[in-house]
Design a binder for this molecule. Structure first.
Ligand code: NOJ
Ligand code: CA
Length: 581
C-alpha cells in the first residue's frame, strides 16, 4: 500500500500493448520499443494509467512470444534492455506505470535449460526442470498419458536422444515449442523468484501472470478424465499446490521498492468457471487481482451482464480485491466483430463456430461504443486492448499462408486462431502500412491490414473529433448529435478523462437502480459518501433493449455513446448522467 493509502491499480485504466503490432520504429514490419516509445504521448493523451506489455523477451515466436528463451532480456527484434529502461523511465515521467507478462508455466525449446535437458539425457538434473518421461506401449511409442495440448494434438512430444535413438517424451500443455516447467523442482522456483526481482528492480510496476492456474501437475501424471472440473483432483488445472508459489511471489512484490513506490501489482490470467476457486488466488497474501473472463465472454444481454457484474463484484473475497473489466485481448475476437454477430458471446472452444456468423460492423461498432461506456463506469480497473479505442474489427480474411498462430496450424485450420485480433495498428495515411512503419520501411507489416482501416487511423479519428459529451440537459431539452461526428477514439479519450476526474468513479461500490427490461442502470457514489456538492453521484444507463427508453431525471449528460434525441436513450446506447444539483 502506498503512503497515500490508495493503490493505483484498484481503479486504473490499463492499456494492453501488443508490441509486435503497435508501432514499428525501424521499418522491418514488426512493432518494436522505439516505435512504441515514440507513441507514448498518444497513450498519455488517451489518458491511461498503465501499460501492460505482452511478452517482449527473446523468443523464436512460435506462440507470439509466449515461448520465452531468456526471461531477463528483450528480443532483438523489439530492441534492447536499454530501450526497455528508457521506455519505463519515459512512461513513469508521464505518470504511466508498466506491467509486464511473465510466463511461468512453460519456456521455449530455445531456452538454454531445454538445450541442457536434451543434452543431459534421461534421469539428468537438467531434465528434472521439465516433465520428461518414457513413453507407454511397446518401445515407448505412445505418449506418457492422454493429455491434450490447448492448441490441439497431444500434449507430449518425443525427443531424439544424443545417440540418435527415439527417447523420452516431454510435456507441453501448449505448443510443442513450449515445454512445461516442473514446479516441483526447487531450481524452477528459485529462477522465477529471481526473474521477478530482476524486473522489479528495473522499475516494473506489475506482473501479469500467464496461465497462472496450470503450473502444478499431479506428479503421477494420470490420464485426464473428460469433463473433470478444475481443482485439487484435476491433474493440472487449479491444483491447490499452486497457491504456495504465489504466496512467495507476493512477498517479493511487497518487498521491493522503485520509482513509483512499492505498490506492485500481481495480476493472474486465470480462466476458471468456479468463482469460489478463483477467489482463492486473490487472498491477502497472493495476487492482487485476476482477469475477468466471464465478463469478456458475456453476450450483449442485460440480464446476463448484470449477473456477471454482480458475480464479479462479489468476487473480491476477504481481501477486498478490486474487480477488473476486460472487453477484449490478444486471444479473443475483437469486440466490434463479436457484438456485430447474431451470437454475441465468446467462447475459446467455439471460436470456429462464431466465425461462421456474418458480422454487421455498423451494429457492432454502435454496441462496442455502448459497451465501452458501460465497462468504464464499473468499479475497479479496466483493460483496453490496443486498437479497441479505434474500433478495429477482427480481420477474418487473412490468407492462410500468412497466418502465424499455432492454434490455426495445429488444428489444421479448423480454428481460425488469433491472428485476426493482432493485425498491426493503423496510425495515419490512406493506405497500408498506415503509419505503422516509417515511410522508408523495408518490409510490409507482419500481418496485412485491411484497406478499409484508412477511416480508423489515429489521425483520421483525431480529425473527426470528439464524442457526444458535456451537453447540459434540463427540462427535457435535447442533446442531439450524430454518432458519426464522434470517433471511437474521441469517445475513449473523453470517457477516460471523465472517469479519472469524477469523484464517483474509482472502485467504490455501485448501486443498481430500477430500470425497464433490457436496461442496466446503476449509480456510482464517491467512496467517502460525500454528496454535498452534488458532483459525486453519476448514473450509468445502458439500453440493451430494442426500444428507446426515457432518461431518468438528471442534472447533466456527462457523456453518451451515441446521439440522444428527444430526451430518449436509443437501443444499444449508454449514457453517463450526473444526478443531483
Ligand atoms: C495465455 C496467453 O494470453 C496466450 O496468448 C498464450 O498463447 C498462452 N497463454 C500460452 O502462453
Ligand atoms: Ca521493427
Amino acid at each position: 500500500m502506498p503512503e497515500s493509502g490508495r493503490s493505483w491499480w484498484r481503479d486504473a485504466a490499463i492499456y494492453q500493448l501488443y508490441v509486435r503490432s503497435f508501432a514499428d520504429g525501424n521499418g522491418d514490419g514488426i512493432g518494436d520499443l522505439t516505435g512504441a516509445r515514440a507513441r507514448l504521448p498518444y497513450l498519455a493523451e488517451l489518458g491511461v494509467d498503465a501499460i501492460w506489455f505482452n511478452p517482449w523477451y527473446p523468443s523464436p515466436m512460435y506462440d507470439g512470444g509466449y515461448d520465452i528463451a531468456d526471461y531477463r532480456a528483450i528480443d532483438p527484434v523489439f530492441g534492447t534492455l536499454a530501450d526497455a529502461d528508457a521506455f519505463i523511465a519515459e512512461a513513469h515521467a508521464l505518470g504511466i506505470r508498466i506491467i509486464i507478462d511473465v510466463v511461468p508455466n512453460h519456456g521455449s525449446i530455445a531456452h538454454p535449460w531445454f538445450h541442457a535437458a536434451l543434452a543431459g539425457g534421461p534421469g539428468s538434473a537438467e531434465r528434472s526442470r521439465f516433465w520428461f518421461r518414457p513413453g507407454r506401449g511397446p518401445g515407448g511409442d505412445l505418449p506418457p498419458n492422454n493429455w491434450q495440448s490447448m492448441f490441439g494434438g497431444p500434449a507430449w512430444t518425443r525427443v531424439t536422444e544424443a545417440d540418435g535413438t527415439l527417447g523420452e517424451w516431454y510435456l507441453h500443455l501448449f505448443a510443442p515449442e513450449q515445454p512445461d516447467f516442473d514446479w516441483d523442482c526447487p531450481a524452477v522456483r528459485a529462477e522465477f523468484e529471481d526473474v521477478l526481482r530482476f524486473w522489479f528492480s528495473r522499475g516494473i510496476d506489475g506482473i501479469r501472470i500467464d496461465s497462472a492456474a496450470l503450473l502444478c501437475k499431479d506428479p503421477a501424471l494420470p490420464d485426464a478424465v473428460a469433463g473433470q472440473a478444475p481443482g485439487p483432483a484435476h491433474p493440472y488445472l487449479d491444483r491447490d499446490e499452486v497457491h504456495e508459489i504465489y504466496r512467495s511471489w507476493r512477498l517479493i512484490a511487497d518487498s521491493v521498492s522503485g520509482d513509483c513506490g512499492a505498490d506492485r501489482v500481481l495480476i493472474g490470467e486465470i480462466w476458471l468457471p468456479d468463482a469460489a476457486r478463483l477467489i482463492r488466488y486473490v487472498s491477502r497474501d497472493e495476487m492482487h487481482t485476476v482477469f475477468n473472463f466471464p465478463y469478456l465472454s458475456c453476450p450483449w444481454d442485460a440480464w446476463a451482464l448484470r449477473r456477471v457484474i454482480d458475480q464479479t463484484l462479489a468476487l473480491g473475497g476477504p481481501a477486498g480485491a478490486p474487480a477488473t473489466w476486460v472487453l477484449s485481448n490478444h486471444d479473443v475476437d475483437r469486440i466490434v466483430s463479436r457484438l456485430g454477430r447474431a451470437d454475441t458471446a465468446f467462447d475459446l472452444e467455439r471460436r470456429r463456430y462464431f466465425h461462421d456468423f456474418p458480422v454487421d460492423l455498423e451494429l457492432g461498432t454502435v454496441r462496442a461504443r455502448a459497451a465501452a461506456l458501460l465497462t468504464m463506469a464499473l468499479p475497479g480497473s479496466v483493460y483496453i486492448y490496443q486498437g479497441e479505442e479505434l474500433g478495429l474489427w477482427e480481420v477474418q480474411d487473412i490468407p492462410d499462408e500468412l497466418r502465424q498462430d499455432p492454434m490455426f496450424h495445429r488444428t489444421g485450420g479448423a480454428d481460425p486462431g488469433r491472428d485476426g485480433c493482432r493485425v498491426p495498428l493503423p496510425w495515419s495515411g490512406t493506405e497500408p502500412p498506415f503509419g505503422f512503419s516509417p515511410a522508408d520501411a523495408t518490409r510490409e507489416p507482419w500481418l496485412p491490414q485491411p484497406k478499409e482501416w484508412r477511416d480508423l487511423t489515429v489521425a483520421a479519428e483525431s480529425a473527426s473529433g470528439g464524442s457526444v459529451s458535456g451537453g447540459s440537459v434540463s427540462g427535457g431539452s435535447v442533446l442531439d448529435g450524430s454518432m458519426l461526428d464522434g470517433s471511437m477514439l474521441g469517445l475513449y479519450r473523453t470517457a477516460l478523462r471523465i472517469r479519472r476526474s469524477e469523484l464517483a468513479f474509482g472502485d467504490a461500490p455501485l448501486s443498481w437502480q430500477p430500470a425497464p427490461d433490457g436496461v442496466l442502470a446503476f449509480d456510482r457514489d464517491a467512496a467517502d459518501g460525500d454528496l454535498s456538492d452534488g458532483r459525486a453521484r453519476v448514473r450509468c444507463v445502458a439500453n440493451l433493449s430494442p426500444a428507446a427508453v426515457g432518461l431518468p431525471p438528471h442534472a447533466t449528460v456527462l457523456l453518451a455513446s451515441g446521439p440522444l434525441t428527444g430526451g430518449m436513450l436509443p437501443p444499444d446506447t449508454t449514457v453517463w448522467l450526473r444526478i443531483g444539483s
